[in-house]
Design a protein around this ligand. Structure first.
Ligand code: ATP
Length: 720
């Protein structure tokens, strides 16, 4: 049995903790009027999440709590718990036994527990709905409410049927899906509104970004061109500077060499004084002339003296000189003279003079002449010597003069050569200086090109960023003629102007803002797509649910009608009963955005058509109380047999039955109990007889309901 036990405490007349074991297919609760039997059914309603106080014959939650009596004080809370046998897992929790408990406090607070753990009402409802235990309580037929379905409107009747058929879940799901669809459509409208709102700004940003992209493309292309241009320009400056520096150094070296050689040639010219050489030449000539004159004079004097000596010699020769002596002298002198053959002239003179002396010594007379002769001889010797000396001097001077003359001539030739060299050198100097001046201006030109290059570089770096300096890492840039580079320079000037016009100030912010706006737009677009997909899915789901609902309802209705007719004809011993579908058209006013609109709503409902044997019944209102009760019972049993709930509580549903029908009712109970566990509250003996467990509920003077297990016979007594 699924319903194992009911435990109530402080609930209405059950002041004390009371428990009912339901381990039987049919459990009957019997007892006198007002003893608290219906409170048992209500406690079950209460546990199952009933929210309507009215259906528990109360106004407030507090009314459910034991209110106290003369002897028993009132309780602070009311609680009821149903313990299910869940070994079959008819409840979708993994416990063999499931306890569902609800407590209400005096402050009106409710508390739900599942196996002792506090849970939400929703959790309980979902758990029970999954086991066809709906909160609408189609399985709890309260006292006097058996004909509720007869009294209900066609639309409400349909709902009751759906609940009994266990397809409320589909309705619930459809309702949820419709709510979700509404919400989804509302979200879609909001998202679309948002998209419309940001669209102009996004368009503006997109245009800006396109501009920026074009500018960026321009910059990229420009950067490439500038890279090549700067690479060439730098190479040009470096090469030109290197070349000029080298050539300049070479020219300077050349100039130094020319200047050095000029200085040398000039110094040589200065050193070779022609005047000095001329005056030396003159002096020498004069000396020579003078020496010649002097030698002539000396020769003349010698000749003169020779004459005088000859004269004097003749005088002295006349003096007596022994021939012997002379001969002896002559021999001696001759012998001596032989030894003087290679002696100098002076020695010869001296020897000769000695001979004369000796001769004079031999002479004994003419001393004066002899003296004179000696004197003249001496003078003559001096004159001859002088002449010889002068001759030597003359010869030497003449030789010197000749050599000097030669030297003068050589000097002049050298000077002429030096002058020629000097002339050539000054031409060379002029040439080198000219070249240096040209190189100087070339250097200046290269410096200006370099300056211009640096200026351009910083200008372009300001326009394109510092990575323009990466041109230095370029390799293999082919060289081009300078004119081509100059042309490129002019072209790039125009590019620079275009870049300046394109301007990229704050572009990062715009791109960032665009990216964000675009992301937002993409997000919204995706959201719309998701919402559209969700909406489509929901529409499909609703359609499917509608189809499922319709199918199940049709099948269910068909099955119920079969049973309804069977039970009805059983109870009425004939006749017919059927549930028929009706459509009610209701006008509906709905406030739309652009005003109020009226529309029609078609509501599906259920009507009951029946015929009773021997009677002409046209409508339900024409039925007697008993007939209504029988019709209700037939319908309740039909519904329960088509989709048997786990348990069914019937509170005095059999109150109006006569004996014959009580018997049939009893049979129906027995048949139904094979599908659903039944708890019947009854005063009917026949019904009691169908129960395996009987509880007697009594109320003493303290107003507290008490429960006891009773036997059938006792139960009949207790019920009275
Ligand atoms: P009947 O056979 O006439 O239908 P019953 O056995 O079904 O009677 P109930 O209607 O279940 O009786 O019980 C009603 C009794 O419960 C009343 O006597 C009422 O005083 C008592 N009762 C209801 N609410 C409370 C409460 N909050 N505190 C105390 N007693 C209460």
């Amino acid at each position: 049995m699924l319903l194992k036990r009911l435990e109530v405490s402080g609930f209405k007349s059950f002041a004390k903790k009371t428990s009912f074991d339901f381990n039987a297919a049919v459990v009957a609760i019997v007892g006198p009027n007002g003893s608290g039997k219906s409170n048992v059914a209500e406690s079950i309603r209460f546990v199952l999440g009933e929210q309507s106080m009215k259906s528990m014959r109360s106004k407030r939650g507090e009314d459910l709590i034991w209110n106290g009596s003369n002897t028993v004080p009132r309780a602070g809370r009311a609680s009821a718990a149903i313990i299910f046998d869940n070994t079959s897992r008819f409840l979708a929790v993994d416990f063999d036994e499931v306890s569902v408990e609800r407590t209400v406090h005096r402050d009106g607070a409710h508390e739900y527990r599942l196996n002792g753990s506090v849970v939400r009402l929703k959790d309980i409802q979902e758990l029970l709905a999954g086991a066809n235990i709906g909160e609408s309580g189609h399985h709890i037929i309260s006292q006097g409410e058996a004909d509720k379905i007869l009294a209900a409107s066609p639309a409400d009747r349909r709902e009751m049927l759906e609940d009994a058929l266990g397809i409320t879940m589909y309705q619930y799901k459809k309702g949820e899906a419709l709510k979700k669809l509404d919400k989804t459509e509302e979200n879609m409208r909001q998202v679309e509104a948002l998209r419309r709102e940001i669209a102009p700004h996004l368009r503006f940003l997109r245009r800006q970004v396109e501009k920026i992209e074009r500018a960026e493309e321009l910059r990229r292309a420009a950067r490439e061109r500038f890279h090549v241009y700067f690479k060439r320009e730098e190479a040009y400056v470096l090469t030109a500077r290197e070349r000029v520096t080298q050539e300049y150094a070479k020219a300077e070296e050349e100039l130094q060499s020319v200047l050095g050689r000029s200085t040398e040639a000039r110094a040589q010219l200065e050193r070779s004084s022609d005047d000095a050489r001329s005056s030396a030449l003159l002096t020498l000539s004069r000396d020579l002339e003078r020496a010649r004159a002097e030698r002539a004079a000396a020769a003349r004097a010698a000749a003169r003296l020779q004459g005088e000596i000859a004269a004097l010699s003749r005088i002295t020769e006349r003096a007596t000189v022994s021939s012997v002596d002379l001969m002896a002298l002559a021999e001696r002198s001759e012998a001596e003279l032989e030894s003087l053959r290679s002696a100098p002239l002076d020695a010869v003179f001296t020897f000769v003079r000695g001979i004369f002396e000796k001769m004079r010594a031999l002479t004994r007379d003419a001393p004066a002449e002899r003296k004179e002769l000696e004197s003249r001889t001496e003078e003559y010797d001096a004159a001859v010597r002088r002449e010889n000396e002068l001759a030597t001097f003359e010869a030497r001077t003449a030789a010197e003069l000749e050599s000097l003359r030669e030297r003068v001539e050589t000097g002049r030739q050298k000077d002429r050569e030096n002058e020629r060299v000097l002339f050539e050198l000054s031409a060379a100097e002029r040439d080198v200086r000219y070249r240096l001046a040209v190189l100087e201006s070339e250097r200046e030109r290269v410096r200006l090109v370099d300056e211009e290059f640096v200026r351009e570089l910083s200008e372009v770096a300001a326009l394109l960023g510092r990575d323009i300096l990466e041109f230095r890492s370029l390799t293999d840039i082919p060289d081009v003629p300078r004119e081509d580079q100059e042309r490129e320079k002019r072209e790039l000037q125009k590019v620079k102007i275009r870049l300046e016009e394109a301007g990229l100030m704050g572009s990062d912010d715009i791109v960032k803002e665009y990216r964000e706006a675009n992301e937002r737009e993409s997000h919204l677009e995706k959201e719309i797509a998701d919402l559209t997909a969700a909406s489509e899915q929901l529409t499909v789901l609703i359609r499917d649910l509608d189809a499922e609902l319709s199918k199940r309802f049709d099948e269910g209705l068909h099955a119920i009608n079969r049973e309804f007719h069977r039970f009805f004809s059983l109870l009425f011993e004939g006749g017919t009963a059927a549930l028929t579908r009706v459509r009610e058209v209701r006008e509906r006013r709905s406030a739309l955005e652009d005003g109020t609109e009226e529309s029609e709503q078609v509501i599906e409902g259920i009507d009951i058509a029946l015929t009773i044997p021997r009677k002409r019944i046209q409508s339900l209102v024409m039925l007697s109380g008993g007939e209504r009760a029988l019709t209700s019972i037939a319908l309740i049993f039909a519904m329960s047999s088509v989709n048997p709930p786990p348990f069914l509580i019937l509170d005095e549903t059999d109150a109006a039955l006569d004996e014959a029908n009580s018997k049939r009712y009893g049979d129906m109970i027995a048949a139904l109990s094979e599908k659903s566990q039944l708890v019947v509250i009854t005063h009917n003996r026949e019904t009691m007889s169908r129960a395996q467990i009987l509880y007697g509920v009594t109320m003493g003077g303290d107003g507290v309901s008490k429960v006891l297990s009773v036997k059938l016979e006792d139960a009949v007594k207790v019920a009275k």
